[in-house]
Design a binder for this molecule. Structure first.
Ligand code: CA
Ligand code: CA
Ligand code: CA
Length: 166
């Protein structure tokens, strides 16, 4: 395998990343596409349905790399007057204190990536605070929030990564 093979591989990689694409208005990062719905306010359940309309789901954050990308995206698109919170996919509505990602159905275990703001989740409003949001004023760290709050929200879907190489 010489230099020719390497440039062939480089060209294929470029082609593959060109072909991978996202629905209109969604931004690609790695194998996912994201859209911050900043002009819509919704409860957590409504936000989940909005994402479904766009064949997506509330964002599931599974790595520091993904969290960092999302923080950057929200920081760029946030402006004064928007709600402080942005809904993502986590909930502990089934069993209080046991957080899970709705879309994957996976519990968020100790060893899994988490970025709760210090002191969160704290169930502060006495409603159990069963839905997860990212708080602008807390650097988009995670918070448990009452599911009825009217927040903006972040949808995620898989990038279309079909390639001509098959
Ligand atoms: Ca994800
Ligand atoms: Ca809770
Ligand atoms: Ca909280």
């Amino acid at each position: 395998m010489g230099a020719n093979w390497i440039s062939f591989a480089v060209i294929l990689t470029v082609l593959a990343s060109t072909i991978a694409d996202c629905p209109n208005g969604f931004l690609q990062h790695d194998t996912s596409c994201y859209k911050f719905f900043h002009s819509t306010r919704a409860t957590w359940a409504e936000a989940m349905m909005y994402c479904q309309v766009f064949k997506s789901h509330l964002a599931v954050i599974e790595s520091e790399r993904e969290q960092n990308f999302i923080e950057g995206l929200l920081r760029r698109e946030y402006h004064r007057g928007l709600p402080d919170g942005c809904w993502i996919d986590g909930t502990d509505a089934l069993v209080e204190g046991e957080w899970m990602w709705t879309t994957t159905g996976k519990n968020i275990m100790k060893e899994d990536y988490q970025k709760w703001y210090p002191g969160e989740p704290n169930s502060v409003r006495n409603t159990g605070e069963d839905c997860m949001d990212l708080l602008h004023h807390e650097n988009y760290n995670w918070n448990d929030e009452s599911c009825e709050v009217q927040n903006n929200f972040l949808c995620e879907t898989s990038a279309n990564t079909e390639t001509i190489i098959g």
